[in-house]
Design a protein around this ligand. Structure first.
Ligand SMILES: Nc1ncnc2c1ncn2[C@@H]1O[C@H](COP(=O)(O)OP(=O)(O)OP(=O)(O)O)[C@@H](O)[C@H]1O
Length: 273
């Protein structure tokens, strides 16, 4: 299959997914009332372009995944959304406000925060100190209130607040990283490879935590290269290949797409040799 024929087929599928959105509970009005929008984003590292014309939407209350193979640009999408990597073209819109070109520190103030890939904790600091770093834009009183809310979502952290972060297991460290992201009291939480390096049990635990966070009214945009995990957890998903969005739809539609099944789920599909 050639790239061009594949792209045409996939683009029409993406359009069909959008047109048929009322068939799925997650889309419809949510699509129309996008909270976070990436519009036609290009990103370069030096002279090398890694994202081309990437457009994505995250509606209030949605879990949205970005799936794709190694090096397809998933992390760069999240970094561009968070302002950690400047897009060379396009716009990042949060609740109608164009954040493109504005400082990354404005995002938490506007209700967006990120859980970085590989946790990025300060290993010699305590769990409490690591978590509190996420509240750097907030008052002491606000941070204290949010800490209670965070510990309600992640009660297992309570017993480890005074422990040295670097001594925790990978799964516990991921909880700390999530807690730190939540301390900004975000309305949209970006999660860069939240399952990286976790055991299957911890993957289930972190998936459940993501659902709980979402049920509390926080929209989530996350990336993951396992198709099943990505699309089973998300209301909607995007497939990114070589820096381009090649397919989008509801989680169910993505899991049911013949190409996702064949290439990313290793399933034989009708007509396949
Ligand atoms: N700091 C950087 N400098 C130069 N190139 C980079 C940098 N970061 C990423 N890249 C390149 O940009 C492309 C996209 O990388 P990115 O990390 O966004 O992909 P990814 O889909 O998240 O990959 P992975 O699943 O392996 O984390 C890759 O070709 C990568 O080598």
């Amino acid at each position: 299959m050639t790239r061009s024929s594949s792209t045409v087929a996939r683009s029409s599928c993406a359009a069909r997914c959008r047109r048929s959105r009322s068939m799925t509970p997650c889309a419809g009005s949510i699509w129309e009332t996008a909270m976070l929008e990436l519009n036609n984003i290009d990103v370069h590292y030096g002279a090398t372009q890694v994202l081309w014309d990437v457009s994505m939407r995250v509606g209030a209350g949605e879990i949205v995944s970005v799936m794709g193979p190694n090096g397809s640009g998933k992390s760069t999408v999240l970094k561009a959304a968070m302002g950690l990597k400047k897009a060379t073209r396009g716009a990042v819109i949060l609740d109608g406000e164009d954040l493109q070109g504005k400082s990354a520190t404005l995002r938490p103030k506007r209700g967006m925060s990120i859980v970085l890939e590989r946790r990025r904790l300060f290993p010699r600091m305590s769990v409490r100190e690591n978590i509190q770093l996420g509240a750097f834009t907030r008052t002491h009183a606000e941070a204290a209130r949010t800490m209670d809310w965070v510990l309600d979502i992640l009660p297992d952290l309570q017993a480890h607040l005074n422990a040295t972060a670097g001594k925790l297991s990978g799964g516990q460290q991921q909880m700390v990283a999530i807690a730190r992201g939540l301390m900004a009291d975000p309305r949209v939480l970006l999660m860069d490879e939240p399952f990286l390096g976790l055991s299957p049990i911890m993957v289930r635990t972190v998936s459940d935590i993501m659902r709980t966070i979402n049920e509390k009214g926080v929209a989530i945009l996350f990336n993951e290269q396992n198709a099943k995990l990505s699309f089973a957890l998300s209301h909607r998903g995007y497939l990114l290949e070589s820096g381009r969005v090649v397919l989008s739809g509801s989680g169910e539609e993505m899991l049911d797409h013949p190409e996702v099944k064949r290439v990313y789920l290793g399933q034989k599909t009708e007509g396949a040799a």
